[in-house]
Structures are given as C-alpha cells and as structure tokens.
Design a protein around this ligand. Structure first.
Ligand code: ACO
Length: 323
C-alpha cells in the first residue's frame, strides 16, 4: 500500500489540517482522492470499501448457483442480469478503494487468503428457489437501506459509486418482492417454500446491518467523518419498519415470537438477535465460509490466463505505440 506521509499526526500542521478537513465535511463538501485526509480516514475507507467490494463478489455465488435451475426463461434472464450487476458493483468499489492507494492485487489477496471480511449474509446456503426471491426482497432491501445512506458519504468516489449501485439494487429489490408475493399467493407448497426461506434468512438479514450501536467500535468515528450518516441500529430499524408490515400483509410471518409494533414510538421492535452466530460467521465459521472461499480461489486460478493475456496484449500495444 502507498504510504502517504501527509495526513499523519507527526505532520506539524496536522491539527490545523484536521480542523479544515472536518469543517469541509460539516459544510457537506466531498473529500476527493488528491485532498488532504487523516490517515485514519483513509484506513477506515479502505477497510469498508474493500469489505463491501468483496461482499459483492462473494455475493454472486449463492444466487449464481440457481442460474441453471431457474424455473422459467424470464426468471433466468432476471437472475443473470442481477448476478452480472453484482460483478459490476464489485468493480466500481474496487476502483473506489484504489483511489485511496491500495492496489487491486492487495485487496484480492486479502480476500483469497481468508484475511478480509465480507458480509455475513453470503455464508449461508441457498436451498430452494424461494431463497432467490427472499434474497432479492430482504437481503437487497437491507443493502439498499445501508447503501442509500452511504451514497451521502463524505468520500466522493464511494458516494458516487453508491448512487449508481443503489439504482441497480432497486431493481434487485423489486424483482425479489414480486417473486415472493407471487409465491405467497400461490399453492400451499409454494407458500411453505417461501415461509421456510424467510425463516432461514430473517436473522442473518437483521445481522447484516452490523452489531448493535453499543457493540460497534467503528461507528462513532465513521459518523464524525461523515462516512456513515446513520448508525447500524437506525438502518436496521428502517428496514424493519418498511418490511415487517409488507411481509405480514403477504401472509408471511418473521420467525421472531417477540416481534411487536410499539404504538408509542411507531416502530417495530424485534426480539434478541443471535449474535453468537454472527460473530462465528464473520470469523470464518459459518455454514458456507469455506465453500465460498474455495469458489473464489478457483475462479481466480481459472481466470489467470485471461489476466496474463491482457497484460501481454497491453505490453505489446505500449511497445507498438513507442515505435
Ligand atoms: N458482515 C461482516 N462483518 C461485519 C458486518 C457484517 N454484516 N457488520 C459488521 N461487521 C464487522 C465490521 O466489518 C467490523 O470488523 P473489522 O473491525 O474487522 O473491520 C466489526 O464487525 C465491527 O462492526 P462495526 O464497528 O459496526 O463496523 P462498521 O461501523 O464498519 O459497520 C457495516 C459495519 C454497516 C457493514 C459498514 O462497514 C458498512 O456500511 N459497510 C459497507 C456496506 C457493505 O459492506 N455491505 C455489504 C453487503 S451489501 C451487498 O453486498 C449486497
């Protein structure tokens, strides 16, 4: 990683620069790649954006498994487009992270060696076709709540990538909701299938927003520097308030016996989230972690010849241009 000296606390003008940097954020200005920024701002962004990029790439796997088994040509086309979008999102995000001085190779190496984190949600298996609908409606629904917040973030390249990603995620969300509502009104077998998918994806989806604010070490600094503009619990609450009434209306019941509507606050309240499971999953011990990592490692190996061919082609073009 490029070590940019400027912005490190030993800089004699650090305090003054920090104040100006924070004043720019308070005025709603975007911080751009060549601008002064504290080293910790850069580090936090690289951490978050690279984890996000890895999530998009690993996120292609659970649904990608259903492309050959989609129940109709229409559903297959939708799913193909969606999985292809995720690959594109990964590209925008890796590019956004590269503007901070980390290389693509370093990020990919961190993912393939198992050092890097990616979203907990992609470490669960997709057992039936209904999982594809539930992922679109709920998992992408949670992702949109998080990502519309990040579209407001203070770092220009991340914020702009998010605007585009959110537009595409909205399509993912709609197609998932359409599929789930159809099965919820369908045959008893379809209703059972979609309720079972909801039962399995509900808690992992709530965990996606991250630990409670009281257990989230990064949130205070991320809020101070406008990287996040809402906390994990605020995002989770927005998700619940939008999705619970719609699920109930469709005759689907989230698997939480303590879920209730609080008349006083006007918000839905969930029961205890199984956080032990979350920490296990994000530390590599989820049901599909090893499988996901193996699949990415294999794809990387199988794509080696393409990268080598591109590099050779680019060298030849440069040599020709120099003649
Ligand atoms: N999955 C995996 N790890 C998580 C998750 C999650 N859902 N939530 C939190 N964590 C990790 C954090 O990365 C952090 O670990 P680290 O210190 O090793 O990096 C630790 O748990 C503590 O969490 P927080 O302090 O709450 O972390 P943070 O303030 O960064 O908030 C969040 C977590 C909300 C995921 C934030 O990083 C974020 O908004 N990231 C960008 C969005 C993103 O990555 N989305 C991926 C899924 S969307 C999709 O691909 C469709």
């Amino acid at each position: 990683m490029v070590k940019l000296r400027i912005g490190y606390p030993e800089d004699p003008d650090y305090q003054e620069r920090l104040e100006e940097f924070e004043a720019r954020i308070a005025r709603g200005e975007k911080i751009e790649p060549g601008d002064w920024m504290p080293a910790e701002y850069r580090r936090q962004l690289i951490r978050m954006i690279s984890q996000h990029a890895h999530s998009e790439w690993v996120g292609m796997l659970p649904e990608g498994a259903w492309i050959p088994r989609a129940p109709s040509l229409r559903r297959k086309l939708i799913l193909l487009a969606k999985v292809q979008d995720e690959a594109g999102h990964g590209q925008y995000l890796y590019h956004a992270a590269e503007t901070l001085g980390v290389t693509r190779e370093e990020m990919v190496e961190a993912l393939l060696s198992g050092k890097a984190k990616y979203s907990n949600i992609f470490n669960y298996p997709t057992l039936t076709w209904a999982d594809v609908g539930i992922i679109g409606w709920l998992v992408d629904g949670m992702a949109i709540k998080n990502q519309t917040m990040l579209a407001q973030c203070s770092y220009g390249p991340y914020s702009r990538a998010m605007v585009r990603i959110c537009a595409e995620e909205t399509f993912h969300h709609k197609q998932g909701k359409e599929a789930v509502l159809l099965y919820a009104k369908g045959s008893p077998k379809q209703r059972r299938m979609v309720q079972d998918a909801l039962n399995r994806w509900w808690w992992p989806t709530l965990m996606m927003a991250g630990p409670h604010d009281t257990d989230s070490p990064h949130t205070p600094l991320l809020l101070r520097w406008g990287i996040k503009t809402k906390t994990n619990d605020q995002i989770r609450q927005e998700f619940l308030d939008e999705h619970v009434p719609e699920l109930l209306e469709a005759g689907l019941v989230p698997p939480d016996p303590e879920l209730r509507y609080d008349e006083k606050t006007g918000h839905w309240v969930h029961g205890p989230i199984p956080w032990d499971e979350f920490w296990k999953v994000i530390n590599g011990e989820g049901p599909m972690n090893r499988h996901r990592l193996l699949a990415r490692q294999r794809a990387h190996e199988e794509g080696r010849w393409v990268r080598e061919a591109l590099e050779a082609y680019s060298k030849r073009r440069l040599a020709q241009a120099a003649d």
